[in-house]
Design a binder for this molecule. Sequence first.
Ligand code: COA
Ligand code: AMP
Length: 635
Amino acid sequence: MAVGDTYRAVHARSLGDPEGFWAEQAATIDWSRRWDKVLDGANAPFYRWFAGAELNACHNALDRHVQRGRGEQAALIYDSPVTSRKKGYTYRELRDQVAKLAGAIAAQGVRKGDRVIIYMPMIPEAVVAMLACARLGAVHSVVFGGFAANELATRIDDCAPKLVLTASCGIEPGRVVKYKPLLDQAIELAQHKIPRCIVFQRWQAPASMVKDRDLDWNEAVAAAQPHGCVPVKATDPLYILYTSGTTGQPKGVVRDTGGYCVALDWSMRYLYGVKPGEVWWCASDVGWVVGHSYIVYGPLILGATTVLYEGKPVGTPDAGAFWRVISEHKAVALFTAPTAFRAIKKEDPEGKLLKSYDLSQFRTLFLAGERGDPPTIAWAQKLLGVPIVDHWWQTETGWAICGNFVGLEPMPVKPGSCSVPAPGWHLDVLDEQGQPMKRGEVGALAGKLPLPPGTFPTLWNADERFRQSYLAEFPGYYKTGDAGFIDDDGYVSVMTRVDDVINVAGHRLSTGQIEEVLGAHDDVAECAVIGVADELKGQVPFGFLVLKAGVDRPHQDTVREVIQMVRDRIGPVAFFKTAIVVPRLPKTRSGKILRGTMQKIADGQPWKMPATIDDPAAIDEITGGLKVAGYAAKT
Ligand code: COA
Ligand code: AMP
């Protein structure tokens, strides 16, 4: 057999006989009722996997492992260099804590299908909170701690939760982020009123409580009875996770329960090559999809040990932190974003700190969140001497669209490519008319419907937006929003987004959303935001402001204020630090702002004067402004 034959046979089977393929994979999951139909396409293009089946995700992640002899195995290792704490939880301990918190949540009237927002840092209680919701069949929506009150309020109004679970603070290097005042402010801002919050107090910044609304976490749990697992339909939502759209209104990606459990278990075994009982580390955050799938549900459904890391790749305390965690907990694989490795490389280019640690059990490094840039991949490969696997996925898809399936059969790595499509993914590169392009040509990457289990069935309360955003442009396909090409060996390279989404340190942001904030400043008549290349973060947002006639304050005052507004309204995670004032924006004759050209100029890439430009002089003004700001050096 030639290299790749095993993968190719599995992939071909998943497309040729999707129902047979996924029904077989579903055997690793405990179901309380078997499905009537593996794939229900009666309401296409809305597809449903495992229709008619019932199960509980928390049972699959915890209880069944305790029942089958894994009770004393570590389920979770909390490693927190920012608080100097480490703590292990066995499957039994984690199940018991989850059952008690589920009891406390149920005591507040939360039932199957009710929504619960979780706004918490990277502490074990965040994992307990997610699993406790899953246990009750309540739909959780985790909001990343780096978002501001306004973002939290938008999510509260969209999913109308009955309860918020929070912690008093998060800890960033050198600063304590008080979550509770942000939550209080969000509740003020939101139309939907929250009857109850359960607050986990951390000693670093205890929160003040609102009478008759806020409950202390430990007291609520102490008073609760453990709650059992409530079966839900396979097609019921396990969670909603908001991600950047093109406007200030984020998209509520819905994750169903059954297909997701099946896909995660499959991917843990065959994409990540991890076995039950092994230690696995995903250095993301529970606020992102990667954290949902591979800090919490994936490794626990498999019966592995998951590491929960509250720290950074550098500065907590140094660029050897990742090596310490891998060696101390004997992790067999790590999943992180390329930006984390760029940060380590910058601090310790020779990798000297690695020499103090034993990584002999470490097998594979997985990178995602942004394109794995070849220099970073080469550096990591040389240093670690293990396969470095770039894989591509999105909040919408829940797990990888493409990857190198090392648990099935390692394929050769091609730096710059995220390897080959996952089972169930028929990917095409389409031109503007929706016609498939030739191998090697760059176009829109689109997946033929139906997508595999685990991918999103719709957006929360927004079927039409789902259809318009993802399915309308290329009928019969899911538009990924990414552009790239497929080579002669079937390897996929993802090059750029086709919309206004930018990727900042592996975090997905909408430039349109930042523009909405800038446009709200009294001085600003018009604005544009682009992502400019950044050595460490991949991209960072850069703003252009056109001021209203008659504004005669110093420009730096307006700039300082808009930067603060973005931090206050979107959050520090937007990393919006640079803006310049320009006389006007370059536009086409029909009034479209030429963001693509501006970005090329800023990045020093070759660009052409667009034939449709209204006034070429506007480009000179932009270029001049960028040069003063230290960009456009190569033009
Ligand atoms: N709560 C509150 N604030 C947060 C936060 C959180 N959970 N996470 C980040 N922030 C803040 C940071 O403190 C920083 O604020 P500052 O501007 O006041 O310094 C800002 O948001 C940007 O944070 P970050 O993007 O983390 O940048 P950084 O300079 O602190 O660190 C890296 C750079 C590369 C080390 C870091 O971005 C990293 O580890 N990235 C990996 C990303 C990742 O795992 N992505 C998941 C996809 S796989
Ligand atoms: P998110 O929904 O936050 O996970 O971000 C998804 C987006 O990140 C994708 O649409 C891509 O633009 C980008 N992305 C993720 N992984 C990769 C990768 N391996 N290569 C290139 N881009 C990636």
